[in-house]
Write a protein that binds this ligand. Structure first.
Ligand code: ATP
Ligand code: MG
Length: 349
């Protein structure tokens, strides 16, 4: 079977290290394998469901997210990068899927539940926000995607999509829609990178991020603020690695070659952890190392981004062309859906 990938990000802010380890790294590898047809979507329609009062923010971040993609190495010649609202077929498909999902099923979605709490929606949840998992099902299935590289928070969305696909195919014709699978990062820490404040998830909406576009000074300032082990007061005190944000980030980001270059007195992270646990290793040493690791990863991205940012017209042209390609594909799926449902009234059979 042909392998098709759909993933995306909400244009609610610049992309951060959570995206780096949770999805971008996988996407880049998949793109460069050259075996997949890959679609990457800037999910503005979805971003509007909780930012409808702040259109300017969504507008501005379409360019920012596109700049992050391109500077990270996503290549418009290999990958179709597009804007969700520029493919109106997605909205129409969502409308048909809405009949296949119950309110109580949506209410049980743990990610949506958590976000409702986080955003203080309480009893006044916008319908658009409440139903975004359905629109995500439409995005995925419109491209016949069978693989969706995402972070752990997206698993309930993929499950919801699979249920919609099964209901649709049962009702309207087997094999009309493709059932997708999530692709999670292999490294457990990358499933959900916590924020610099130690909160469960680094997230644009929580403002606890190290952005791909942060300057090296910003990286330094943020790492220095990071929470380590509150009981590790003197250098000689034994320290805890678990729940220590600096080690969590090192788990997600560093490899042995970083030690060779920046901290050659240790061979690898296990040695560093052992020393910290035993005592005699100060927080400044591990923080300085983390700063170097992050800056080594971000410097090339930052440089390319600064270049690309000088030419926003080119970036919008890439998005325009990508959206046109995406629209062609989604249109074919929409026709297939309508045929399967029998709402192709003008077609003579
Ligand atoms: P928002 O706060 O607006 O929801 P976000 O920071 O959660 O933004 P999204 O655009 O919702 O980012 O997520 C895009 C993709 O990045 C998803 O696949 C998500 O799983 C992944 N992702 C986001 N944050 C993290 C994180 N901290 N760790 C791992 N993956 C993440
Ligand atoms: Mg999110």
């Amino acid at each position: 079977m042909e392998q098709i990938i759909l993933t995306g990000d909400r244009p609610t802010g610049k992309l951060h290290l959570g995206h780096f380890v949770g999805s971008l790294k996988n996407r880049l590898e998949l793109q460069n394998l050259g075996k997949y047809e890959m679609y990457i979507m800037i999910a503005d329609t979805q971003a509007l469901t909780d930012n409808f009062g702040n259109i300017q923010k969504v507008r501005d971040n379409i360019l920012e997210v596109a700049l992050d993609y391109l500077s990270f190495g996503l290549d418009p010649n290999k990958t179709t990068i597009f804007i969700q609202s520029m493919v109106p077929e997605l909205t129409e498909i969502s409308m048909y899927y809405m009949n296949l999902v119950t309110v109580s099923r949506l209410s049980r979605n743990p990610t949506v539940k958590e976000e409702i709490k986080q955003k203080n929606f309480e009893k006044s949840i916008p319908v658009g926000f409440f139903t975004y998992p359905i629109s995500q099902a439409s995005d995925i299935t419109a491209f016949d995607a069978n693989l969706v590289p995402v972070g752990e928070d997206q698993l309930p969305m993929i499950e919801q999509t699979r249920e919609i696909v099964r209901s649709f195919n049962n009702l309207y014709g087997e094999n009309t829609l493709v059932e997708p699978k999530a692709m999670l990062p292999e490294n457990k820490t990358c499933l959900r990178l916590p924020g610099i404040d130690g909160k469960a998830k680094m997230s644009k909406s929580l403002g606890n991020c190290i952005y791909l576009s942060d300057t090296s000074e910003e990286v330094e300032r943020k790492v220095k603020m990071m929470y380590t082990d509150p009981d590790h007061i003197k250098v000689e005190d034994p320290g805890k690695v678990e729940g220590n944000m600096v080690f969590t980030y090192l788990d997600a980001l560093c490899n042995d070659s970083h030690f060779e270059k920046h901290l050659p007195s240790y061979k690898n992270l296990d040695e560093l952890k052992a020393h910290y646990t035993k005592g005699g290793l100060g927080d400044m040493v591990i923080k300085k190392f983390l700063i170097k690791v992050i800056n080594e990863l971000l410097t090339p991205i930052r440089e390319k981004r600064n270049e690309l940012a000088k030419n926003p017209d080119l970036v919008y042209e890439i998005l325009r062309q990508g959206s046109e390609r995406a629209r062609n594909k989604a249109h074919k799926t929409l026709i297939r859906i309508k045929n399967a449902m029998g709402i192709n009234y003008y077609d003579e059979k």
